[in-house]
Write a protein that binds this ligand. Sequence first.
Ligand code: DOR
Ligand code: ZN
Length: 353
Amino acid sequence: MTPQQIIMTQPDDWHLHLRDGEMLGTVLPYTARQFARAIVMPNLKPPVTTVKQATEYAQRIRAALAQRSAEQNIAFDPLMTLYLTDHTSADEIQRARDSEVVQALKLYPAGATTNSESGVTDLNHCTKALEAMQKNAMVLCVHGEVTHQDVDVFDREAVFIDQVLIPLRHRFPELRIVFEHITTRQAADYVQSASGPIAATITPQHLLYNRNALFQGGIRPHYYCLPVLKREVHRQALLAAASSGSPKFFLGTDSAPHERATKETACGCAGCFSAPYALELYAQAFASAGALDRLEAFASFHGPDFYRLPRNTRKIKLSRTAQKISSPIAAEGGFLVPLGFGEQLDWRFEGFA
Ligand code: DOR
Ligand code: ZN
């Protein structure tokens, strides 16, 4: 029987884009009201490549939060990442390790997605940095797609596993890797069966939608993200993995806000803004699999366990209350359209229990 409410340990978001400046101030409260911590992506313009930049960015996040939620009972901890480049030095990795701020490095293959121009062109350029990361047990978050134009966009993740990830793990078997926002059966199977320190995050959109959502009655840019939505068999494999209870899979929304005009255009940006209803969306997905009893471990336990951080202790509540995702959010002189806009949800986040 479906419960009327869920009380669970407060979750964390292990993959999040917060942007900067005015947009940061707009989007941050949506994450901070649901999640205790988040792994904050470094793909700003210019990217966050040094510990100094990450420390300053963390200060801007804390300042934005203090400004927006002074009277509210909110304690949100940004966990920072550095953007790995062809030039990241072993010294920078050491500084990251010694800092209290940086939790992980992010690998963007150059050209794979939004602001990835400074990404890695060849992992052989990163040998020193990867050696230092492996030695210091630092986590590498991986955007797992090859970028060659001759590989079909729907195949880029599966090809990445064979051409990049397996050779990388062969060279650095102790490197702690999070395969970010996995989208395919191949990725779920690979992570589940691989030995050694590898885990994966899964977004709400990849649990709830298949690629038909992009073309339902016309082109729908608010369902466009990278890696792109895949076929239904892949969605089912991801839902099975997320709700399997395996500690190798955990929550990472990849909430990635873009102002509406930059999505509803001839060459629209990739990214789904899922922060406003993130937990409700995950609850919807887990309920559809009859696995609500496994939501807490996926959302609140497996992530901190992999990152070797303490689990949260506060509890939050979701009630079984229907609501419609109906309001765009004012931002940058325009609007942000939340993921699932116009759709009905069965759950509502009610704050701390
Ligand atoms: O859809 C995406 N949007 N995928 C990414 O990898 C980056 C993100 C963004 O920053 O907008
Ligand atoms: Zn992302």
